[in-house]
Design a protein around this ligand. Structure first.
Ligand code: SAM
Ligand code: SF4
Length: 461
């Protein structure tokens, strides 16, 4: 008999019991953090204990441990990317979103393929090397075909090396086609794992089906996506419930497919023009947000944590030091915003808090002592899914990715960097050369660095 795959479901009473459990204390916290520092798999009960922590000195201990694990697994690298919004047409009515069907103020627009190519080319010119396509949900063959055509056209007609997708759940067959089109990571957020909250927030449209959404990653993985991106929308329900549920979900993927999520995103509810929800029913403070990022880092040490421009500059500068490994930069959530320059009125999904450009982010990440990375080597060499995980576990990413990140930074500075980011970047690359033992790689880096310096000298002539 062919073994059937376990159907994943959330046991709400078990999650609530974990949240209520009063055990803990400082001694227990130190024991859990010692295990986390060794990248040991934490139990849900241990994760619940971390989420209960509120005392400032205990939170500081969690942040320090998260910082350590982040450095151990990802080094100083912070991956940068931009979302590319394709369409704000949507059949759903998510109460929190400006794209929802009942928002009569919205000006509906779907980019044509030439428009999409202009956007992707514009992002490439700015220095981006990975884009995340984002779209509302319009069911049917036409919208799947549109999404696949968009991915294929970007690879065919522009030099953009990596295209990820955040779009509505598909069938296994739909995912096969999207994968064949060349999509990298497939990303979809559960929004809320709490059944009645989920149903209240999604009153109509295909997204109302909680189970269809909860099983989306199984279908994506069955169809061959070995890199999936999960997330919840913080602010809809108790953050502890959401974090524990998402980690249970990630464990299910690890057990069933041998690989967990490639990334976890932590969007926090923002005001959105035309949304039905004016404020978060369960607001998440900045301090709790930091804790969420740190707990994900400790609970899923080999999974990237993505923080978007929904969050403000100083909070983002903070969380990149202690857990986040990928950030968007210079983002626009209106349709056609990059190539047009001016905002497209009535097409914005939600308000953004960090409006710094890619170059300003490169500078800020360097200033924080970290290394902005626009590297695409893993995707070019097929190091995805389980291969990526194994490389991360073996520590191979540290040395290998350091050099690739330095090369990609040098290339960025040479072609796109401002005088300010070049000045800081050149110093950082020169200092990092000491840690590169491989002679051939050192040579390549020195050549690149010379070109950046030459470009700077030319500018001053
Ligand atoms: N339409 C698809 C879907 O809902 O899965 C994919 C794209 S949707 C534009 C991407 C994500 O934006 C959603 O999954 C949701 O978490 C987030 N989002 C929607 N409204 C938001 C808001 N007001 N504030 C912050 N994030 C929001
Ligand atoms: Fe549509 Fe996605 Fe916005 Fe919901 S979150 S209204 S599905 S675009």
């Amino acid at each position: 008999m062919i073994p059937t795959k376990e159907v994943f479901a959330i046991d709400e009473s078990e999650i609530h019991a974990l949240i209520r459990d009063g055990r803990g204390g400082r001694h227990e916290l130190m024991r859990i953090l010692a295990r986390a520092r060794e990248a040991k798999r934490l139990t849900l009960s241990e994760i619940a204990a971390l989420l209960r922590v509120e005392a400032p000195q205990d939170l500081a201990a969690i942040f320090a441990a998260a910082r350590g694990v982040k450095e151990q697994v990802f080094g100083k690298r912070i991956v940068l990317f931009a979302p590319l919004y394709l369409s704000n047409r949507c059949a759903n009515n998510c109460l929190y979103c400006g794209f929802r069907r009942e928002n009569r103020e919205a000006h509906r627009r779907s980019l044509s393929i030439p428009d999409i190519l202009r956007e992707a080319a514009c992002l490439f010119e700015l220095g981006y090397r990975r884009v995340l396509l984002v779209a509302g949900e319009t069911p049917g063959e036409a919208s799947l075909a549109y999404l696949c055509r968009a991915v294929e056209a970007i690879y065919r007609e522009t030099p953009m090396p990596i295209v990820h997708v955040n779009a509505a759940p598909l069938s296994v067959e739909g995912f096969r086609r999207l994968k064949e089109a060349g999509a990298g990571v497939y990303q979809c957020f559960q929004e809320s794992y709490h059944g009645s909250t989920y149903r209240r927030m999604h009153p109509s449209g295909p997204k109302r089906d909680y189970t269809w959404r909860l099983s989306v990653m199984d279908r994506a993985m069955e169809a061959g996506f070995d890199d999936v991106g999960m997330g919840v929308l913080f602010g809809l329900y108790d953050y502890r419930f959401e974090v524990l549920s998402l980690i249970a979900h990630a464990r299910h993927l690890e057990q069933t497919y041998g690989v967990g999520p490639h990334t976890v995103s932590v969007p926090r509810l923002q005001p959105a023009p035309g949304a039905a929800l004016s404020e978060a029913p369960h607001p998440v403070s900045d301090e709790v947000f930091r804790k969420i990022v740190a707990v994900f880092r400790l609970a899923l040490p080999y999974t990237g944590v993505v923080v978007s421009t929904r969050e403000g500059a100083s909070l983002r500068d903070d969380v990149v030091r202690m857990g986040a490994s990928q950030i968007s930069a210079g983002s626009r959530t209106d349709i056609g915003g990059y190539a047009d320059g001016a905002a497209r009125a009535g097409t914005q999904q939600f308000s953004l808090s960090d409006s710094r450009s890619l170059d300003e982010m490169v500078h800020a990440v360097l200033d924080a002592g970290l290394l902005p990375s626009l590297c695409t080597a893993c995707y070019r060499t097929g190091r995805t899914g389980e291969h990526f995980r194994r490389a991360a576990e073996s520590g191979m990413l540290q040395e290998h990715c350091l050099v690739n990140a330095l090369l990609s930074l040098a290339e960025y500075l040479e072609r796109h960097g401002s005088a300010e980011s070049r000045a800081v970047g050149v110093q950082r690359i020169a200092a990092a050369l000491e840690n590169v033992s491989d002679e051939a790689l050192r040579r390549r880096l020195i050549d690149r660095l010379d070109r950046v310096r030459q470009g700077e000298a030319d500018l001053h002539q």
